[in-house]
Design a protein around this ligand. Structure first.
Ligand code: CUA
Length: 157
């Protein structure tokens, strides 16, 4: 084998090892997750929020032209949310500002991600997939509050 071929092989091996290491580091040390398509869950057509543990919630979110339901979600600081997103009509997107959550909302499918809110404040979510005339109005927000006793959702029609 030629010397430069050996060098190219070695460099590619090192690069592969670095990339694999980066993936392991991201998933284990940084707890970075990728969106998951859920196949073993009943389809839902209505948004629902319920508590599953002391600081954990399940939120079923429905996207439709041109709103998210719910449009506002109020939760206490420290909440972890198992987020399930689907669409009622066409393909929408679902992205939470300042969080590592970026899902597609697809009719007939349910996509999942877990998100934790450790800082109080407002976290906007918006549709990032062009979906028609009022795409730009399709947004909502998480409101994360200290000492909130009654988590709730709100709808804006
Ligand atoms: Cu829904 Cu853009």
């Amino acid at each position: 084998m030629d010397k430069s071929e050996k060098l190219a092989f070695s460099l590619s091996g090192i690069l592969l090892a670095v990339f694999l290491g980066a993936i392991v580091y991201a998933s284990v040390a940084k707890d970075i997750d990728v969106p998951t398509c859920i196949t073993d869950m009943e389809p839902f057509a209505k948004d629902t929020l319920f508590q599953t543990g002391p600081d954990t919630y399940e939120l079923q979110m429905v996207a439709r032209m041109w709103a998210f339901q719910p449009s506002t979600v109020r939760l206490p600081v420290g909440s972890t949310v198992d987020l399930y997103v689907t669409s009622e009509d066409i393909i929408h997107g679902f992205k939470i500002d300042r969080k590592n959550v970026n899902l597609m909302a697809i009719p007939g499918a349910i996509n999942y991600m877990r998100v934790t809110f450790n800082e109080p404040g407002e976290y906007l979510y918006a549709c990032h997939e062009f979906c028609g005339a009022a795409h730009h109005t399709m947004a909502g927000r998480f409101v994360i509050e200290e000492g909130l006793d009654e988590p709730e959702t709100e709808e804006e029609i």
